[in-house]
Design a protein around this ligand. Structure first.
Ligand SMILES: NC(=O)c1ccc[n+]([C@@H]2O[C@H](COP(=O)([O-])OP(=O)(O)OC[C@H]3O[C@@H](n4cnc5c(N)ncnc54)[C@H](OP(=O)(O)O)[C@@H]3O)[C@@H](O)[C@H]2O)c1
Length: 340
C-alpha cells in the first residue's frame, strides 16, 4: 500500500538555501504513461539553485518539487504502461520531483539500473551524460581527432563531458577554478584511455584561457567550446574557435547579455547554438534518453567512463547541499539520499 503523503523538500518562499525545508505533501498519482517510483537517490543540479531563487519555474504539468533526476524502485504505474514489475530498480530524468520520497517518471524514459550499480551511481548519471551528449555531440558534432574546450571542468556536467570527449577521441582542454579540481579532472580524463589521454586543464582565475588555449594549440584554436558562463566568456570563446568551430551554450552563469564581433562569426564561419533539456517536449526527452542509451550507457556499464560522485547527503540536509554547491566546492555530483 502506498502512503497518502510523503516526505519532500519544500520551498518556503524563494531565495537562498534557507528557504529549503522539509514538509509532507501528497504522493503523486501516475498518469497513463508514468511510473510511480520510490526514490532512493536523487542529485543536485545547478538549475535547482535557480528554481529555489524563483528564476527557473518547472514546465507546466511537472512537479513543483525540486529534483531533475532520480533512481529508485517502481511502486505502481499508469494504465498504458507495460513491462515493469513492482520493485524494479529504475533511473531517469524528470521535469521535477526528485527531492521527495516518491516521484513520477515517464515509463519510456525509465532505464533499468544496471547490475552492480548502486542507486547513487544511477542517480549521478542522467542529467550530466544526457546534457553532454546533446551539447558536445548532437549539437557540437564533436568527433575523433577534433578538439574541445569544456568550461567548469570540475562540475557535474564537466566531469562527464571530459570523459565522453576523451572516449570519443577528442583532445580536451578545460577550465576550472582551483588547482585541485584541475588535477582531479586531468586524472579523470586520462584514466579513460588508461592514463594517456590528451586532457589539459587551466585555472581561469590565474590564467587567461584564451591565450592559453591558443598557445597550447599553436594558434589554431579548438573545434568546439562547451560553455556555461555566457556573456563574460563570449568574446574569448569565439576567439578560441577554429574556422567552422561551434560554440554551444548550456548555461549563463556569467550573464546573458554580451557583445558579439559578427565579423569573426562571418570570417570563421562559426556556429553558436544553445541547449536546454527541461522545457523540451516529452518526445524530445524520450529521444535524448534513447540517444544516451545507445551510445553511452554501454560504456558506463563497461566502466570505461563513470559517474563522478562528490558526496551523498541525506534529503533532510538539502539546504546544506545547496550551500555546498553554491560555494563551488563539489567535484562531480552531489547526491541526495532518502534512507538516511
Ligand atoms: N542546458 C542544459 O541542458 C544543462 C543541463 C545541466 C546543466 N547545465 C548547466 O551546466 C552547468 C554545470 O552544472 P552542474 O549541475 O554540473 O554544476 P556544478 O556541479 O554546481 O558546477 C558548477 C561549477 O561552475 C563553476 N562556476 C560557477 N560560477 C562560475 C563563473 N561565474 N565562472 C566560471 N565558473 C563558474 C564552479 O567551479 P569552479 O570551482 O571551477 O569555479 C562550479 O563548481 C550549470 O551552469 C548548469 O546550469 C545545463
Amino acid at each position: 500500500m502506498v502512503a497518502q503523503d510523503m516526505k519532500a523538500v519544500v520551498l518556503n518562499g524563494t531565495g537562498g538555501p534557507e528557504v529549503l525545508g522539509m514538509g509532507r505533501v501528497p504522493v503523486p498519482e501516475p498518469g497513463a504513461e508514468q511510473l510511480l517510483v520510490r526514490v532512493k537517490a536523487s542529485a543536485l543540479n545547478r538549475a535547482d539553485t535557480l528554481q529555489r531563487q524563483g528564476l527557473y519555474a518547472p514546465p507546466p504539468g511537472d512537479s513543483e518539487i525540486l529534483g531533475l533526476e532520480l533512481a529508485g524502485d517502481v511502486v505502481s504505474w499508469g494504465s498504458e504502461v507495460t513491462g515493469f514489475a513492482e520493485g524494479g530498480r529504475v533511473f531517469g530524468l524528470v521535469g521535477g520531483g526528485g527531492y521527495a520520497e516518491y516521484a513520477l517518471l515517464d515509463a519510456q524514459m525509465a532505464m533499468p539500473i544496471p547490475d552492480g550499480w548502486s542507486y547513487q551511481d544511477a542517480a549521478a548519471v542522467t542529467e550530466v551524460y544526457f546534457t553532454c551528449n546533446e551539447t558536445l555531440f548532437v549539437l557540437g558534432g564533436l568527433d575523433a581527432g577534433q578538439s574541445v574546450l569544456i568550461h567548469a571542468g570540475g562540475s557535474g556536467v564537466g566531469t562527464a563531458g571530459i570523459q565522453m570527449a576523451v572516449q570519443a577521441g577528442a583532445t580536451v582542454y578545460f577550465t576550472a577554478g582551483s588547482a585541485e579540481k584541475i588535477s582531479r579532472a586531468e586524472a579523470l580524463g586520462a584514466q579513460v584511455l588508461g592514463g594517456s589521454a590528451p586532457v589539459t586543464g587551466m585555472n581561469y582565475k590565474e590564467q587567461d584561457f584564451q591565450a592559453e588555449v591558443l598557445r597550447l594549440t599553436s594558434g589554431e584554436g579548438v573545434d568546439v567550446v562547451l560553455d556555461f558562463i555566457g556573456a563574460d566568456y563570449l568574446a574569448r570563446n569565439l576567439a578560441v574557435l577554429k574556422t567552422a568551430g561551434r560554440l554551444i551554450l548550456a548555461a549563463l552563469m556569467g550573464g546573458a547579455l554580451g557583445e558579439i564581433d559578427l565579423g569573426l562569426v562571418l570570417r570563421k564561419r562559426l556556429q553558436i547554438k544553445g541547449s536546454v533539456m527541461r522545457s523540451r517536449p516529452l518526445a524530445d526527452k524520450r529521444a535524448i534518453t534513447e540517444r544516451f542509451r545507445r551510445r553511452w550507457l554501454p560504456l558506463l556499464i563497461e566502466g570505461r567512463i563513470k559517474p563522478v560522485i562528490d558526496c551523498a547527503i541525506p534529503l533532510e540536509q538539502a539546504r546544506e547541499a545547496h550551500e555546498y554547491m553554491e560555494a563551488n566546492r563539489n567535484f562531480g555530483k552531489i547526491l541526495l539520499t532518502m534512507d538516511g
